[in-house]
Design a protein around this ligand. Structure first.
Ligand code: SF4
Length: 202
């Protein structure tokens, strides 16, 4: 097997609980979720260009050479492709996998991930998060575009089991203030920016 990729690069994780951890980012090609605010629109189409197909062994070898202990599998929507072989190959090489997914698709291969960030797009797409992905997620990270989004996320995803992270779309400061006020004192809710954008990193 092999995977369609959009890009690979070394950087630090800029979002969620793992912010600051050095990772080798593997951005897959293909996403049919269609969020209007998407900052990765070039990933949407699955191309016919064979130069974008990469064998899993080569991807993991590059991740290993980068020095990162984590491989962040992101997209696009990584679970639109069969990522099982990549996850197994990463395990074989002692590289932990951090998966970022919209939850629109379920895969048995989720058991091979060390950290799953669910970023549900329920409010912006017909493709809702699959309950099995919700159950396996280590954190739920939601994009807030307006005040009523916050109510939905709190009702649907606030949990004792894992943090709910709220990001204002495009790091908008007025929305950030609203989120902070609406979540005042709530347990297991964190309000964060996308740090990589502030630090001018990819
Ligand atoms: S799920 Fe992610 S990659 Fe896909 S459209 Fe939404 S923001 Fe973009």
């Amino acid at each position: 097997m092999a995977l369609y990729l959009n890009e690979e690069f070394y950087s630090i994780q800029g979002e969620g609980v793992q912010t600051g951890v050095p990772m080798y980012f593997v951005r897959t090609q293909g996403c049919a979720v269609g969020c209007y605010f998407c900052d990765s629109k070039p990933t949407w189409k699955l191309p016919s260009d064979p130069s974008l197909i990469h064998p899993e062994t080569a991807i993991v070898a590059r991740a290993k050479r980068s020095g990162a202990k984590w491989l962040c599998l992101t997209g696009g929507e990584p679970l639109e492709q069969d990522v099982t072989d990549l996850l197994i190959e990463a395990r074989r090489n002692d590289i932990k996998v951090h998966l970022e997914t919209s939850g629109a698709y379920y895969s048995e291969a989720l058991i091979y991930c060390h950290w799953i960030t669910l970023s549900p797009k329920d409010l912006f797409s017909k493709k809702k998060a699959d309950a099995r992905v919700v159950q396996r997620a280590h954190e739920v990270k939601c994009v807030v575009t307006k005040e009523t989004d916050i109510d939905y996320y709190l009702e649907t995803y606030q949990s004792k089991e894992r943090p709910l992270i709220l990001n204002a779309v495009d790091n908008k400061l007025d929305l950030l203030s609203t989120i902070i006020e609406k979540t005042r004192g709530l347990p297991n809710v964190r309000v964060m920016h996308q740090c990589h954008k502030i630090m001018n990193l990819r």
